[in-house]
Design a protein around this ligand. Sequence first.
Ligand code: DGL
Length: 359
Amino acid sequence: MRVHFSIQQLIAGATLAALSALTSLAQAQVPKPNVVVLATGGTIAGAGASALNSATYAAAKVPVDKLLAGLPELANVANVKGEQVFQIASESFTNTQLMTLGKRVSALVKQADVDGVVITHGTDTLEETAFFLNLVVHTDKPIVVVGSMRPGTALSADGALNLLDAVTVAASKDAAGKGVLVTMNDSIQSGRDVVKSVNLKVEAFRSQWGALGFVIEGKNYWFRAPVKRHTAQSEFDIDNINELAPVEIIYSYGNVPRTGFDALAKTGIKAVIHGGPGNGSVADRIVPALQAMRSAGIQVIRSSRVPEGFVLRNAEQPDDKYDWVVAHDLNPQKARILAAVALTKTDDSKELQRIFWEY
Ligand code: DGL
């Protein structure tokens, strides 16, 4: 059967083809954002013995150059450069790693030729590092922390898409000014709010206040923005911090003895985070131990081991009377990060409480 096209249809078809070619050419001409990937180790750099080893593997094995080379799709999103800052499992991070990483990120975001920074990281303490950077790096440029729950050698590995999503967000103008972000399993989480809530699933990271958005097929979909102070609005600046204050956590539970509290009091700590049950409850026999710590000049900060909600001041304990601080909605490990940063600037408990309300 012969199909006849009118002259007009032929011209329209040719015009559309030309426009599409010009669009592709124009897109190719638009300079891509520059994103630096700082690699620290973790499962996203892990390797297992077989494709069936999704949970049994060695973390922190694959170098950053190999990670990036294995993801050619990155080139469609940004000009990506990699730096191997560390190669460790994140449970082995110390304050030293936090400080080294924070200063490197701070230096990079000051460079005019850097539009965004991605940090690949183990998932075990990812929430602590993300919150730390959220508090101390002065920039509006996107900083995205990313990890994976399965090594790249496993069936249905999640690291590659998590990393592509992280670079996509770090290269996005609409991610600016939202604080440090975490991209895991299609979601964009706030570095302040996000916690690792499941230890064996790819959907491991969540916030009780919800994700900020999603990144799907290379496009960001935003639904909310952070309300707590962060990054450029923070009163804390990594460039003015040489060492984090010594702050430790002690969990409470039925039958908990004073032993650990009294031992910790003699270690030179500046603050203790009490990870209590319920609304940050403190056992009768432990109250005097915390009061003794406060009398010795140690700040006492009540947090809760319960995953959701927040500790109410003067509810379970008379915080005003004891001169204690409540950690608001921060879990013990995040409360430690904020206290360790805040105590580099103040040792006033009322100022500390203000800081815990605001960050
Ligand atoms: N060892 C853990 C870590 O480096 C592996 C967990 C992971 O990265 O998913 O945090």
